[in-house]
Design a protein. Structure first.
Length: 131
């Protein structure tokens, strides 16, 4: 019962702490995002969702650093990791807003999957490859 009360209070911070202690709710305006990119599974005949064209000049085949840590672990078949910021982020941001985790991305005639990780203010780059 105490856990349920605690969770309810966390879900209602305005009521728990008082609205005067909290600022207005706003969407976090991230300045960079880390992308983990890998080819779509060749065993999937037809993706469940419609593919989205990759909007940036650099093709996904050469995006980021292969085995750049994070998901995939850095071994064979690991995802490449790269960061998008600045003008490229402004081009990519609206397209990301219409995509989800299952969205296939088309670049250079091939399909890719992308995992998006918004960078917080104290973060930069990709984690080092895991050994």
């Amino acid at each position: 019962m105490r856990l349920r009360t605690f969770v309810a209070r966390l879900a209602d911070l305005r009521g728990t702490l008082g609205a005067e202690l909290l600022g207005p709710e706003t969407q976090y305006a991230f300045m960079a995002t880390r992308l983990y990119v890998g080819p779509m599974d060749a065993g999937v005949a037809e993706p469940a969702q419609r593919a989205v064209d990759w909007p940036l000049a650099q093709p996904l085949a050469t995006f980021g650093q292969a085995g750049g840590g994070g998901p995939g672990g850095g071994g064979p078949g690991a995802l490449a990791c790269g960061v998008v910021g600045g003008a490229d982020l402004e081009t990519l941001r609206p397209v990301l807003g219409r995509a989800n985790q299952g969205t296939p991305w088309r670049s250079g005639g091939k399909l890719y999957s992308i995992l998006v990780r918004v960078l917080l203010p104290d973060e930069s780059g990709c984690p080092p490859p895991q050994v």
